[in-house]
Design a protein around this ligand. Structure first.
Ligand SMILES: NC(=O)c1ccc[n+]([C@@H]2O[C@H](COP(=O)([O-])OP(=O)(O)OC[C@H]3O[C@@H](n4cnc5c(N)ncnc54)[C@H](OP(=O)(O)O)[C@@H]3O)[C@@H](O)[C@H]2O)c1
Length: 350
């Protein structure tokens, strides 16, 4: 399989490091993806015979862009040109999430699907703002549009919800943003003010320099939109979710709930309507996770409450979600080849 990577930040780099590691499941199965192009804002590096991941990581470290890679680098190469002109089976769209327009991610995904390439993305913009259009486009072009890493990082929240939701689901509650959960945990455990907790989260790399998408609940709302549309089959638009961030949460409020045995969390829920807001949860409930963990709890008519917990972000966990998507694609390709070979051999399978 030949891959084009659009975006070479935390996730892109963690993916290349994972692919170099001989223990990764693709290597174990003898599948060696060939990286034929990698792009960032400065341009790209292209080699149809396969780029050297270690060399790309060194160039990026030294020069700040893969476009400076000796012999294979091209300053100013645009993602759309690479998608159209470089031969590859799969495009990985790993650029920055834009919650307003979904761009440039949506255009990259569209171009890749139209050119008959499978797409795997961790960018929340395309599936949150244009899921149905992109799924239809993928179907039309006989390729796949996959986005496991957009929710839960390496914790397979989307597939978990999709599986459980096949039975009669009554409600869904989730903590989907590690940054805000870390901040609320610092306030609860150490009596930190929200400003102090945010500074610590930034120092440790849990929060971006501009943390507004997390703090105002937008990141959580994007993820809830993806869950609803993909895993629950309930069509919902981002602007239909009622969103309140943690920006106005005070230490006094956190203390008040603590005295009642509760913790204040940024909770995403789908009941009669979809909401993201700070809500108290009983500290003893499994869904009430601390630090940067994510959790999702589904209640169904027959099973009662079922909960999944795991790390919700980070380069390596998210790269592992991409590797799972790659394995799923490879599995489908092999399945299709088997059907073809069986049909060609005239064998009937009952
Ligand atoms: N980090 C996580 O834990 C995590 C978890 C789940 C999902 N995600 C999502 O996955 C995506 C990637 O995350 P990340 O942490 O790797 O982000 P990041 O470190 O900010 O990297 C983003 C990359 O995209 C490139 N880029 C942005 N706009 C571009 C454009 N127009 N053309 C070409 N390249 C462009 C950037 O180029 P420059 O390097 O030149 O700026 C950078 O290499 C984001 O959408 C994020 O929300 C991240």
């Amino acid at each position: 399989m030949r891959l084009i990577l659009i975006g070479f930040g935390n996730v892109g780099k963690a993916l290349l490091r994972s692919l170099i590691d001989k223990r990764n499941p693709l290597n174990r199965l003898g599948l060696r993806p060939r990286i034929v192009a990698v792009l960032d804002r400065g341009g790209g590096a292209v080699d149809p015979d396969g780029l050297d991941p270690a060399e790309l990581l060194r160039t990026d470290e030294r020069e700040g862009t893969v476009a400076a890679a000796p012999e294979v680098g091209q300053f100013g190469l645009s993602p759309l040109t690479a998608i159209k002109e470089v031969e590859a089976e799969i495009v990985l769209e790993l650029t920055t999430t834009n919650p307003d327009t979904g761009e440039p991610g949506i255009s990259h995904v569209e171009a890749a699907l139209r050119n008959g390439r499978h797409v795997i993305t961790t960018n929340k913009g395309p599936p949150a703002l244009a899921m149905r259009t992109l799924q239809n486009l993928a179907e039309l072009n006989n390729v796949e549009f996959r986005f496991s890493g957009t929710v839960g990082g390496g914790t397979p929240i989307l597939e978990f919800v999709k599986q459980i939701a096949k039975v009669d689901i009554l409600s869904l509650k989730a903590i989907l943003n590690g940054t805000t959960n870390y901040i609320l945990t610092q306030m609860y455990d150490f009596e930190a003010s929200i400003e102090e907790a945010l500074k610590k989260a930034q120092r440790l790399g849990y929060a971006e320099k501009d943390p507004s998408l997390d703090i105002y609940g937008i990141d959580s709302a994007l993820k809830l939109t993806i869950i609803s549309n993909y895993a629950l089959d309930q069509e919902i638009a981002l602007n239909e979710i009622h969103v309140t961030g943690i920006n106005d949460v005070t230490l006094e409020e956190v203390r008040r709930y603590k005295r009642k045995g509760q913790k204040l969390k940024l909770v995403c829920s789908i009941d009669k309507e979809a909401t993201v807001s700070p809500q108290p949860i009983e500290a003893s409930q499994p869904i009430c996770v601390d630090g940067s963990l994510n959790s999702v709890q589904l209640e169904t008519r027959y099973t009662g409450k079922v909960t999944l917990i795991g790390p919700g972000a980070g380069g390596y966990p998210t790269a592992s979600a991409i590797i799972n998507d790659l394995l799923a694609l490879e599995g489908k390709e092999q399945g299709a080849k088997r059907v073809l070979t069986t049909e060609m051999a005239g064998i009937r399978v009952n």
